[in-house]
Design a binder for this molecule. Structure first.
Ligand code: AMP
Length: 294
């Protein structure tokens, strides 16, 4: 496995392979890799000839008060995982190489970035959109893989690829969870033993919301109340948002017809957790149960 640190060498490597007709798969990460990242890497490995994983803790997507300097950076372990999974290149640029003196262009996806995570973290998505656009320019992948865990991010990346004609295929993979349902995250390591136990409440709330929809109680007020009441059973948890929304636009949904996205963020102590599930509404389920429907 090659370790490449400069954007220029990364692009040279990709251009050489692309000239030979090799397809390039790409998994952008901030490192501290876990089985969620591993599932993206494995899916990419199956779909492409060559595979690049980037490890870059992007400073522009953190706010002043967030955990940039504390963010875990177990680089030797990350490289070992990449090697194990047959990654060809680990791209590890420095912040100085990504944002040299004079850097000023940014990418924004205003409507998709406005709500939910965007509201809680005002500059976050502009940082994400800009770094993803840069990384695509540097790595020039045919295919890039992202996790459903960061649902709003996947919607935004698909939008910016379409809007800016970036020519990269985006593949979104299901959220990988711990046995008790907690979505894997590099930040879970900040949880104390007691908080780790409490952290499952977010997924349980989303499941309670799903059950309400499946039982035919698919109005926003009911679903959101059910989710809120579930989280409130856990005294250490503080709700940031728990919402029912439309899966493509992420706009709030009054009533579930076809498909719905349940989206939530809570805090347990100082740790912020996000998660989501997509649920089929009554119209979808009826169609699926009709004879002849695949
Ligand atoms: P990060 O390193 O947190 O920036 O994440 C890099 C990529 O891994 C993003 O596309 C995430 O959505 C994805 N990812 C993180 N956690 C999970 C998970 N539990 N399951 C699936 N994908 C994940």
């Amino acid at each position: 496995m090659k370790i490449i640190r400069t954007p220029r060498s990364m692009t040279a490597w990709s251009e050489r392979l692309r000239r030979e007709g090799v397809t390039i798969g790409f998994v952008p990460t901030m490192g501290a890799l876990h089985d969620g990242h591993r599932s993206l890497i494995r899916a990419a490995r199956l779909r492409c000839d060559a595979l690049v994983v980037s490890i870059f803790v992007n400073p522009t997507q953190f706010s002043q008060t967030e955990d940039l300097t504390r963010y875990p950076r177990p680089i030797a372990r990350d490289r070992a995982l990449c090697r194990e999974e047959g990654v060809d290149v680990c791209f590890e640029p420095t912040a100085e190489a990504m944002y040299p003196e004079g850097f000023q262009t940014t990418v924004t996806v205003p409507a998709l970035a406005r709500r939910w995570e965007g509201e809680a973290r005002p500059h976050h998505f502009s940082g994400v959109a800009t770094v993803v656009t840069k990384l695509f320019g540097i790595v020039q992948p045919d295919l890039a893989l992202f996790g459903q865990k960061d649902y709003q991010q996947t919607a935004l990346v698909k939008r910016l690829v379409a809007d800016l004609n970036l020519g990269v295929t985006i593949n979104v993979r299901p959220t990988v969870r711990e046995q008790d349902g907690l979505a894997m995250s590099s930040r879970n390591r900040y949880l104390s033993t007691e908080d780790r136990r409490a952290a499952t409440i977010l997924y349980r709330a989303l499941q309670a919301g799903r059950q309400a929809i499946e039982a035919g109680r698919g109005t926003a007020s009911t679903v959101e109340r059910v989710m809120r009441q579930t989280v409130e059973q856990e005294p250490t948890a503080r709700i940031e948002y728990l919402t029912l929304c439309e899966p493509a636009s992420l706009e709030p949904l009054e009533h579930v017809k076809r498909r719905a996205l349940l989206l939530g963020a809570i805090r347990i102590g100082a740790v912020r957790l996000i998660d989501n599930v997509v649920v089929a509404g009554p119209d979808r389920r009826q169609r699926a149960s009709r004879p002849g429907h695949p």
